[in-house]
Design a protein around this ligand. Sequence first.
Ligand code: NAD
Length: 314
Amino acid sequence: MPLVGFGIWKVPREKTAQSVYDAIKMGYRHIDGAYDYTNSKEAGEGVQRAIADGLVRREDLFVTSKLWNNYHKKQHALEMAQHEVDTWGIGYLDLYLIHFPVSLAYIAPSELRWPCFWSDPEQKQVTAIDPTPVSETWAALESLVRTDANPSGILRSIGVANFSSQLLHDLLSYAAVKPAVLQVEHHPYLVQAGLIRAAQAAGVAVTAYSSFGPQSFVELGNATARDTQPLFSHQVVVDIAQRHGRTPAQVLLRWATQRDVIVIPKSNNAQRLAENLDSFSFDLAAEELEAISGLDKGLRFNNPAALGSLHIFD
Ligand code: NAD
């Protein structure tokens, strides 16, 4: 699994096919999408064109998508995984994640035209919780994983996102197919050292999302993000970047990958995409890694509790 991927949340639908194509041309081999991002079809078109043009073979790519919260029941999980594979149109997915450890009331995909936590187009009504055990969802996804006994499986691996260490340990206690990946919010303001240690010790790879902390949430009008010192201008990060002749973004990504945490930064800008991909050819000293980890404040930006009723992390 390539250590640097291209995350496509908030990549505008009309630009997604070209962005994904350009990212592959630039050297990206790992694309992180989700049903919730509403651009899987276009992302798949970009991948298909890159393959047709001979830039890459399907087996060189690592494509991730995610199961949204309204589809945790067995039948829905099976249908939505198949739907996502069909939508991408590239034969199979390399990784399929349970997007959040919360099961919400079913809304037919034809009616859910704004995949998110809302159940109305005005985005006032948070969808009610309709509990489904993770074990039910997991067993459904396990049945889709390609194995010798199931050679037509449409998923190469499965995993989870936004899980706590307790939930991960519980899942590991019964999983016949072990989760390959745990994807969580991870940046210097939310280090989650224990969670990462627990996952990696259990052989579960960790992927960081929102590696730049508040940056991704400022554009969503998130007040906490707006009131937080940007990591890009934090003196600790800036000083280290200057010492290495690198950008703060590259330092933030290297801080993660040097600790075996995979990153999937998103950008709509070609120069930044290139900069993010080129964040390997230097190493941070142990005391620099520690100084960056020392910025931790347990500050989470992607928290549905902010909507009023969905307490997942607290
Ligand atoms: P991110 O940390 O990648 O930040 C994106 C922001 O940083 C954008 O505003 C972008 O313009 C800016 N940026 C990117 N590269 C830059 C650079 N080199 N210099 C300066 N600015 C730069 O945030 P993200 O999009 O929230 O997270 C990355 C990916 O993680 C998403 O696209 C998505 O695929 C995934 N994700 C998953 C979940 C989940 O619940 N599993 C949640 C959020 C994001």
